[in-house]
Design a protein around this ligand. Structure first.
Ligand SMILES: [Fe+2]
Length: 205
């Protein structure tokens, strides 16, 4: 993971480990007693199911690549979920896809493009929790209604694959075309992943 982050694409995610700056951060169950419906909860720090999403979707420029390296996985559950949006689009009505391509939400006071077609390939940015947290308050309810069909298709296990990483294995995810998530896992788990996020082409501006 460090090699990918340092040689292929510089990670913009970093943290301090033992006083040293490293190109990844830790994703693990903090054992917090939290309420799943509490919108302020950062799901990745809990052991709840984390539905399919893309990372950093509310940034002006989301990461191109997300790397997840397994230090320790859960004993029960904790499988990673993966779906390519280009496999999902044919499952949706054409007029709904056109709607998603043209709909603009106002998130972080910028126009937010959820679905794009780039040289014949669909790109998506989607993390409903973040989108609801940063959208205009008067758009929240409508956004949830409009995205329900997409969210329901993404929640159907027939439409994604699962993989349970073993220690020292990693996933390298195209964060523009591929959504990722994870199943819930046991309370008090030692599950620990390292995560980096990168731009393939550094922003030269
Ligand atoms: Fe993620």
């Amino acid at each position: 993971m460090v090699m990918v982050s340092e040689r292929v694409a510089a990670s913009f995610t970093s943290s301090k480990q033992e006083g040293r700056l490293v190109c990844y951060d830790l994703v693990r169950d903090r054992g917090m007693a939290v309420v799943p419906s509490d919108p302020s909860v950062i799901v990745s720090t809990t052991n709840y199911v984390f539905p399919l999403h893309t990372d950093s979707c509310c940034l002006e420029k989301p990461a191109d690549v997300v790397v997840l390296y397994c230090v320790t996985n859960a004993s029960e559950g904790g499988e990673s979920l993966l779906a390519n949006v280009n496999d999902i689009i044919p499952l949706l009505p054409e007029d709904y896809v056109d709607f998603l391509l043209n709909r603009r939400y106002d998130i972080n006071m910028r126009p937010f493009v959820l679905l794009e077609k780039v040289e014949g390939t669909y790109h998506i940015r989607l993390q409903l929790g973040d989108m609801l947290a940063f959208c205009r308050p008067d758009e929240k309810e409508q956004m949830q209604e409009e995205l329900k069909m997409l969210i329901d298709v993404l929640a159907d296990p027939a439409n994604f694959i699962t993989v349970k990483l073993k220690p020292d294995e990693c996933l390298i995810v195209n964060n523009r075309t591929c959504l990722h998530g994870r199943y819930s896992f046991e309370d008090g788990s030692k599950r620990e992943f390292l995560r980096s996020r990168s731009y393939l082409i550094p922003d030269i501006n």
